[in-house]
Ligand binder design. Structure first.
Ligand SMILES: [Zn+2]
Length: 84
């Protein structure tokens, strides 16, 4: 009788281990998916901020004298040297 109890306990422990392993694998897959989503969102956010920064830095202005477009970083028009 004692052998049967030990065997049943061993089988029960094995089943519990298997179920916990499966649960852990499922949870890890879910967490990995969430991490990938977060990374993708973060990349998208970084790209968005970079785009806005670039547009702010690389802005263009129109010369009030000749009407040509030039870099907003420049203080004078490269075409007619008129200050903005
Ligand atoms: Zn100009």
């Amino acid at each position: 009788m004692s052998d049967q109890i030990i065997i049943s306990l061993l089988i029960g422990g094995f089943i519990i281990n298997l179920t916990t392993m499966i649960l852990v694998i499922i949870l890890l897959k879910k967490i990995k998916g969430k991490i990938i989503e977060n990374v993708e969102n973060g990349v998208a956010q970084i790209a968005g901020t970079n785009e806005t920064k670039d547009s702010a830095v690389l802005g263009v202005v129109f010369c009030r004298n000749c009407g040509q477009q030039y870099d907003s970083l420049k203080t004078v028009c490269p075409h007619c040297k008129t200050p903005r």
